[in-house]
Design a protein around this ligand. Structure first.
Ligand SMILES: *[C@@H]1O[C@H](CO)[C@@H](O)[C@H](O)[C@H]1NC(C)=O
Ligand SMILES: *[C@@H]1O[C@H](CO)[C@@H](O)[C@H](O)[C@H]1NC(C)=O
Ligand SMILES: *[C@@H]1O[C@H](CO)[C@@H](O)[C@H](O)[C@H]1NC(C)=O
Ligand SMILES: *[C@@H]1O[C@H](CO)[C@@H](O)[C@H](O)[C@H]1NC(C)=O
Ligand SMILES: *[C@@H]1O[C@H](CO)[C@@H](O)[C@H](O)[C@H]1NC(C)=O
Ligand SMILES: *[C@@H]1O[C@H](CO)[C@@H](O)[C@H](O)[C@H]1NC(C)=O
Ligand SMILES: *[C@@H]1O[C@H](CO)[C@@H](O)[C@H](O)[C@H]1NC(C)=O
Ligand SMILES: *[C@@H]1O[C@H](CO)[C@@H](O)[C@H](O)[C@H]1NC(C)=O
Length: 233
């Protein structure tokens, strides 16, 4: 009795072990599947861009690092997503930010992506370059943007963003060198705190918004600024 019980548990163990590899999905597969799920929520406004994301397919998961717009690091996980000017329509609502902790570049500029910028964007903990310019993003810029302390380049120009974000952008630390918020509907005043930590800022473009009030003296602390556009604020 006892030995057949042992045999049975041994058999169970062997069956269990042989099934185990099926249960383990690698990080790259998780990312590929997340990208495919996001792709399914997108549409394209030009027929040519239907072909554009054809490589993003569940039959092509092993080649994720060779997909259109995808760049991987040595570890084989996604480090850059560059889909600028690709006629994509949709939102970032279904984008699974938390699957991409090593993403350093996200460029969706010049598409028709809209809706709010999700607060879950704060899960892109390695992001250095974020370009969502020339899209249809609306509502307020989520305060969580301020958690992306590695950001060096932030371009949100030419969207429909509104409200007063500037306290929150001020949370971004020393790493930010490029900030373009032009052509939105941002309002309120530029508070002193906006300038507090932006010591390395070299480019600032706030034109074509609805900001009010005098320029705070904190502005004079932007000692590295080389190019400043404030017209039409
Ligand atoms: C990547 O895709 C291109 C065409 O899209 C192909 O020529 C190339 O062989 C692919 N490379 C790998 C490593 O799969
Ligand atoms: C991704 O980042 C995590 C920490 O967030 C790190 O442990 C891991 O090694 C990185 N993977 C790759 C492939 O770079
Ligand atoms: C963007 O796409 C349009 C139409 O496909 C093209 O005319 C334009 O040159 C592209 N711009 C860039 C910067 O690639
Ligand atoms: C992703 O971001 C949201 C919003 O900031 C946060 O509540 C959530 O805990 C994050 N998820 C992970 C896995 O970090
Ligand atoms: C700036 O980014 C680097 C990595 O790119 C990071 O180690 C550092 O903590 C960031 N600085 C601040 C002030 O957050
Ligand atoms: C700023 O914009 C928001 C959203 O459009 C609006 O609710 C608010 O009243 C505006 N505030 C000012 C001071 O104009
Ligand atoms: C500042 O932004 C406006 C509106 O997006 C743009 O027309 C202008 O070229 C920008 N200035 C510079 C110096 O890039
Ligand atoms: C600007 O710099 C002066 C002197 O370095 C400092 O006392 C002041 O707190 C700074 N202001 C801001 C907003 O960072």
């Amino acid at each position: 009795m006892a030995s057949s019980k042992n045999l049975r548990s041994l058999l169970f163990y062997i069956v269990f072990l042989s099934l185990l590899p099926l249960k383990i999905t690698s990080t790259s597969e998780t990312q590929a599947e997340a990208l495919i799920r996001w792709k399914r929520t997108l549409s394209s406004s030009s027929s040519s861009s239907d072909a554009f994301l054809n490589s993003w397919s569940s039959t092509n998961i092993k080649n994720m690092c060779n997909w259109t717009g995808i760049v991987c690091n040595e570890g084989g996980t996604v480090s850059k997503i560059t889909l600028q000017n690709s006629s994509l329509s949709g939102t970032l609502t279904e984008f699974e930010f938390s699957s991409f902790p090593n993403l350093t570049h996200l460029d969706l500029s010049n598409n028709n992506v809209g809706g709010s910028i999700p607060s879950a964007i704060s899960n892109l903990t390695s992001i250095m370059f974020l370009d969502l310019s020339s899209n249809g993003f609306k509502d307020e810029i989520p305060s969580e943007i301020g958690k992306l302390t590695h950001l060096e380049y932030l371009d949100l120009n030419d969207n429909n963003l509104n409200g007063n974000i500037l306290f929150r952008i001020g949370n971004l630390q020393n790493n930010l060198t490029f900030l373009d918020l032009s052509k939105n509907h941002l309002n309120g005043t530029l508070p002193e705190s906006f300038f507090t930590n932006l010591h390395n800022l070299e480019y600032l473009n706030l034109t074509e918004n609805s900001f009010q009030g005098p320029l705070s003296t904190g502005f004079y602390n932007l000692s590295n600024l080389k190019d400043l556009r404030l017209g039409d604020c």
